[in-house]
Design a protein around this ligand. Structure first.
Ligand SMILES: Cc1ncc(COP(=O)(O)O)c(C=O)c1O
Length: 392
C-alpha cells in the first residue's frame, strides 16, 4: 500500500511551504537546488510531532530512546551493531562534522576531502574549525563515473600534518556509494597512518535498489579513530527539525567525544528532531521504501531525458540519493551554468563551482520530487539549451 500519492504533489501545494527551498527564488522558478525532497511527511513522524504539539511539548531536547531506536534501525537496515552508549546527539550533521574535527584534530592540521564535494565542508573545515583542507579529488573515467582515489588518499594520509579524513559516503554530489572493499582499504590506510576518519553518512538510507551502502564503522577495526555521522534528516526529509547522531567507533573515541563535545551544543538539538528521528527509525520504513522506489525511477527519467534531449550533457546516474551531477560545459554557458538555467529555464539548480575543484561547468539537480514536476524541470532545462542552440 502506498504511503502517499505523487499525483497530489503539485507546485501550487509545494509553494505553500515556507522553507528556504520554496522561498528563496521567485514564484515562477522551480526550485531544484537545496537537498530537500517534495514528498509529504511520513505519517508516523507527523503523528509524533502533532502529539508533541498537543502536549505543548516544545521544550529542550531529551534524547530518550533515540540511541536505542538508531541501533535497532542500523541493525535491521545494514546489520550494523551500534552500541547506544556510543551515540552522541547533536543538532545536525554539519555541527557533527565541526565537533568531530574539533575533538579529533588540533588547530592547523589537515583534513582530507574528495572534490567535487558538498560545499559547506570547505567553510566548516577552514573557517569554523581552523584546519587546513587537503584535497584528494575523485577520479573520473571516460564514462563520467567517479571513484575514490585510493593512491591519492594513501599519499595524503602519509603527510605528517594530515590527521583526519572527512569521507562522504554516499557521496554528495556524485552519488557514488563506495563498496565494502574500498571502505576497508581506506580504514586500513587510515589506521596505518594514524588518520581519524569522520564518515558523513547522511544519505545512507537512500541507496538505490541494487546498491548496498556499507556503514563505515562495520569495516573499521577498533584501533582506528573513527566516527560515523548519521541522521534521519535526509532520508525522511526532516532537516528543519534539527537532530543528528554521531556514532563513536570505539570506547576510547567515545571518551574523547564525551570530554570534548560541549553539553550546550548537544542542547542545541531540536526536541522535535529527536521525536521525529525516533518515529522515523522505528516506524518510517514503509514510507522510506516508497521514496527509494520513487527516486530510483526519477533517476532513470533524468538519465533518459539527458540522453535524448540534452545529448551534450555528460552525466553518470547516482547510485544513491536524489542528486544529479551534470557536466554542461559542452554548451558553452560558462563556469557556473546555474545562472543560465535560472534565467532561461526558470529552474534553480546548485552551482557546480561551489563544490570545489572539478565543479566548473556543472550543475547539481535535485530530483526528489514528483514525476510530473521532474518532467517540467527537465523540459525547461532542455528547451533552454535547445533555444540557445549550443553544444549539440
Ligand atoms: C553530505 C551532506 N552532509 C551534511 C549535510 C547537511 O546536513 P545537516 O542539515 O544535518 O547539517 C548535507 C545536506 O544536504 C549533505 O548532503
Amino acid at each position: 500500500m502506498s504511503e502517499f500519492d505523487v499525483q497530489d504533489i503539485t507546485l501550487e501545494s509545494l509553494r505553500q511551504r515556507t522553507s528556504a527551498k520554496w522561498r528563496v527564488y521567485d514564484p515562477d522558478v522551480i526550485p531544484a537546488w537545496v537537498a530537500e525532497m517534495d514528498y509529504p511527511l511520513a505519517v508516523p513522524i507527523a503523528a509524533a510531532l502533532h502529539a508533541a504539539i498537543d502536549r505543548s511539548d516544545v521544550g529542550y531536547r531529551f534524547i530518550g530512546e533515540l540511541p536505542e531506536a538508531l541501533a535497532e534501525h542500523a541493525l535491521a537496515t545494514w546489520g550494523w551493531v551500534v552500541d547506544p552508549a556510543h551515540v552522541v546527539v547533536l543538532p545536525d550533521v554539519l555541527t557533527s562534522v565541526a565537533q568531530s574535527i574539533w575533538a579529533l584534530t588540533a588547530p592547523g592540521e589537515g583534513v582530507v576531502v574528495n572534490t567535487p564535494v558538498y560545499p559547506p565542508f570547505f567553510s566548516t573545515i577552514r573557517d569554523i574549525c581552523g584546519r587546513a583542507i587537503v584535497d584528494v579529488p575523485l577520479l573520473r573515467d571516460p564514462d563520467d563515473r567517479y571513484e575514490l582515489d585510493l593512491d591519492g588518499l594513501a599519499t595524503a594520509f602519509a603527510q605528517p600534518d594530515v590527521t583526519a579524513y572527512l569521507l562522504c559516503s554516499p557521496h554528495n554530489p556524485t552519488g557514488i556509494t563506495p563498496s565494502a572493499d574500498t571502505l576497508a582499504a581506506i580504514a586500513a590506510l587510515a589506521l596505518e597512518h594514524g588518520v581519524a576518519v569522520i564518515a558523513d553518512e547522511i544519505h545512507a538510507q537512500l541507496a538505490h535498489p541494487g546498491t548496498v551502502h556499507t556503514p563505515f564503522l562495520t569495516v573499521a577495526s577498533d584501533g582506528l579513530t573513527a566516527v560515523s555521522l548519521v541522521s534521519a534528516s535526509k532520508a525522511w526529509n526532516i532537516a528543519g527539525a534539527k537532530c543528528a547522531q554521531v556514532v563513536a567507533g570505539s570506547q576510547p573515541v567515545m571518551d574523547i567525544l564525551a570530554e570534548r563535545v560541549p553539553l550546550e551544543v548537544t542542547y542545541a538539538t531540536g526536541h522535535f528532531g529527536v521525536l521525529a528521528a525516533i518515529a522515523a527509525y522505528r516506524d518510517g520504513g514503509q514510507w522510506l521504501e516508497q521514496v527509494r522506489t520513487q527516486i530510483a525511477a526519477n533517476a532513470l527519467t533524468v538519465h533518459e531525458h539527458v540522453v535524448v534531449s540534452m545529448p551534450a550533457v555528460r552525466y553518470a546516474a547516482p547510485a544513491s540519493s536524489y542528486l544529479g551531477w551534470m557536466d554542461v560545459s559542452a554548451y558553452g554557458i560558462g563556469d557556473d551554468p546555474s545562472g543560465f538555467f535560472l534565467e532561461h529555464a526558470r529552474v534553480a539548480l546548485s552551482a557546480g563551482p561551489t563544490f570545489g575543484q572539478g565543479g566548473d561547468g556543472f550543475v547539481r539537480l535535485n530530483f526528489g520530487t514528483s514525476p510530473a514536476i521532474l518532467d517540467e524541470i527537465l523540459v525547461r532545462m532542455s528547451r533552454s539549451l535547445a533555444v540557445r542552440g549550443a553544444g549539440a
